[in-house]
Design a protein around this ligand. Structure first.
Ligand SMILES: [Mg+2]
Ligand SMILES: [Zn+2]
Length: 175
């Protein structure tokens, strides 16, 4: 059977630990900081019926806090636990006003076109308001991993499921 749905995944705070300072999340910038959650390997069971697509904002590339080479080595490490069909990485900051930085949805539309994805049958798992608003725009099923970041209450967004980590998020997905 041909696949027509996806599990869209944010990266930091979903697949790997975020770096949290003063209740605000930051991206890991070196190998020591980059730690993948154990539950990531459980995503493999969905590969038969869903595309696994990571969509991540990585402004640290633009600001040169991290090199593209290190970023790619992180993604290789994720791929060793679960085969990701595609990593879409926005390397811009807000100032660039690009169309790919979440909550913008260019990468979701690109993926839809490339893999013929039906958003309604798809999920997006994220831990920040920018993820949830992107998910609201494309009208997929939103799974909010609530890490109680300082930003959480400032923005209005909708989600279908709420939980604390990827391990519990996975249980909401039709399989
Ligand atoms: Mg995140
Ligand atoms: Zn961008």
């Amino acid at each position: 059977m041909k696949k027509n749905k996806a599990i869209f995944l944010d990266r930091d705070g979903v697949l790997n630990l975020p770096i949290v300072r003063n209740k605000k999340p930051y991206s890991p910038i070196n190998n020591k900081q980059f730690k993948i959650y154990d539950a990531v390997k459980e995503l493999n069971k969905f590969r038969q019926s869903y595309y696994l697509i990571v969509i991540t904002n990585q402004p640290d590339i633009k600001t040169k806090k991290i090199s593209l080479k290190t970023l790619k080595s992180f993604h290789n490490k994720i791929n060793q636990k679960v085969k990701i069909d595609k990593f879409y990485v926005c390397m811009h900051t807000d100032k660039d006003k690009c169309k790919c930085r979440k909550p913008n949805i260019k990468f979701f539309l690109d993926a839809k076109k490339k893999y013929k994805i039906n958003f309604k049958k798809s999920y997006f798992i994220g831990d920040r308001w920018k993820d949830m608003i992107a998910g609201n725009k494309i009208k997929c099923k939103n799974i909010f991993i609530n890490k109680n970041y300082a930003e959480t209450k400032k923005y209005v967004f909708k989600y279908d499921f709420i939980c604390k980590d990827l391990k519990s998020a996975i249980k909401f997905i039709d399989y």
